[in-house]
Design a protein around this ligand. Structure first.
Ligand code: ZN
Length: 465
């Protein structure tokens, strides 16, 4: 059986389930069950977050899931952005609650009342924390595994600083951290500044990390927000400066979610199923013994191989009731980067057969050198996935100069846009697409597509997930 990736939406919806990532049969819309294989991938990603963020001086915390309505209502714009998508807890047992509680849609309003107690003086700054938790949003649109869910596995880093400049430097550091994450996940991306009307509710500005799925639709996979003092004022987060004056802190956040896994599935997979980057694959090498004859001997040798390859994440498929052919198919579907075959002939010759998941290339290597070869191949697969994905994404972003071209383009259009809300609204209306944001690192002068004004600002226009 194959899964034609041409029909991307169907392919995606099917592959997340048949590859053992999730079970969608849970009887609440937008809440899927993480199955062991999917959860292991997510855990590998989370563990990397823990490693990299602690390297950069962040500490992990864990806040309660429930937020009192009174705290939620302190920052006006934030409420407007979220009030139609929160789930409420209104009763304790049979008793109506005096103060309603909500399930966090994100954690500003849970954390910042505590920040006002924790932060006293400049010696407490910068404060850099993160948590990995589930958030809840009442999505009314069609839900999709990892991409649009009502319960979302979420990463959020929150920082507080002495000055706006310090907060700006934090965002630069966030981008540096993101680049390392993108290498680990082999994901291509562009960083954009979100339009004024599209920024995070309560932020001064928001940056989005956008990738492009094979469908041509964009997927936002990370965000960085500059809050300035927009939250510290309503939440009373002040610190004592060296000169004895009080000042409100300057804050930022960095958010990511299970969407990263959605991007990995969508961008790297093929007609045979998933292709996982070796860095985060739960199984990097799967050993498939070819046991047509000399069964006991070969199984014994396969176990020995597993022992010898301890430095990698190795799985020995010694299931009795399946043919090697079925096993090949099964592990290809699950995206294991390397398959190692050992049969009677290989045993005689003191060799193994390695098969790459990404190129399907077969490599015969002697038992003396195979550890080194596997290390090399896993590195090559990681690199190849990133390069291939980057090239594909590049092909999905097209510079255009007219409304008609944007409409015809079934991926991302890049156009000159003066940045005004008026022209932006017009572009969205005429094309029935969205302004995804302005690419951060590209400047080139031209004329706004709508008003004709001289500008060096671009907009990406596309259909987002
Ligand atoms: Zn304009």
């Amino acid at each position: 059986m194959e899964f034609p990736k041409e029909n991307f939406s169907e392919w995606y919806n099917e592959v997340v389930e048949v590859a053992g990532l999730v079970d969608k049969r849970y009887p609440v819309k937008g809440m899927h069950i993480w199955r062991p294989y999917g959860w292991k991938i997510m855990q590998n990603i989370d563990n990397y977050f823990r490693e990299i963020f602690s390297e950069y001086g962040h500490d992990e915390v864990n806040f309660p899931l429930l937020v009192p309505e009174t705290e939620f209502k302190k920052e006006a714009e934030h409420i407007r952005g979220f009030e139609d998508e929160v789930f409420w807890v209104t009763h304790g047992g049979l008793n109506p609650l005096e103060v309603k509680l909500l399930l966090r849609p994100t954690s500003e309003t849970a954390m910042y009342p505590m920040f006002s107690l924790w932060i006293r003086s400049h010696a407490d700054l910068p404060l850099k924390i993160f948590q990995i938790v589930n958030i809840f949003r009442y999505e009314t649109k069609q839900t999709r595994t990892f991409i649009r869910m009502r319960e979302v596995h979420f990463f959020e880093a929150h920082t507080a600083h002495e000055s706006y400049e310090d907060a700006e430097r934090q965002i630069e550091e966030d981008i540096e951290i993101w680049k390392k994450i993108a290498e680990k996940l082999a994901l291509p991306y562009r960083i954009v500044k979100k339009a004024e009307w599209d920024k995070f509710p309560g932020a001064i500005y928001s940056l989005g990390v956008e990738t492009v799925m094979p469908s041509g639709r964009t997927l936002q996979i990370a965000t960085f927000h500059q809050y300035g003092q927009n939250f510290s004022k309503p939440y009373g987060i002040e610190y004592l400066k060296e000169n004895g004056e009080h000042e409100y802190v300057y804050q930022t956040t960095f958010g990511m979610s299970e969407r990263l896994l959605g991007a990995i599935v969508g961008i790297h997979g093929d007609d045979r199923g998933l292709i996982l980057p070796p860095e985060i694959a739960p199984i990097q090498v799967v050993i498939v013994p070819i046991v047509t004859k000399k069964k006991e001997e070969i199984l014994k040798e396969a176990k020995k191989i597993k022992e010898e390859l301890k430095e990698f994440r190795v799985h020995l498929d010694d299931r009795d009731n399946y043919t090697p052919g079925y096993k090949f198919y099964d592990w290809e579907l699950r995206g294991v980067p390397l398959r190692l075959e050992i049969g009677p002939r290989d045993m005689e010759k003191k060799q193994v057969v390695l098969v790459r998941r990404d190129t399907r290339e077969k490599i015969i290597v002697s038992r003396e050198e195979y550890g080194e070869k596997i290390r090399e191949l896993l590195g090559e697969i990681q690199k190849n996935l990133k390069e291939k994905a980057e090239a594909e994404m590049k092909g999905r972003i097209k510079r255009v100069g007219s409304i008609e071209e944007i409409k015809m383009n079934n991926a991302v259009s890049e156009v000159h846009w003066c940045g005004s809300e008026e022209c932006g609204a017009k572009i969205e209306e005429l094309t029935e697409k969205k302004i995804i944001g302005s690419p951060v690192h590209e400047k080139e002068s031209g004329k706004c597509l709508i008003c004709g004004k001289e500008t060096d600002n671009f907009a990406y226009v596309a259909k987002p997930y």
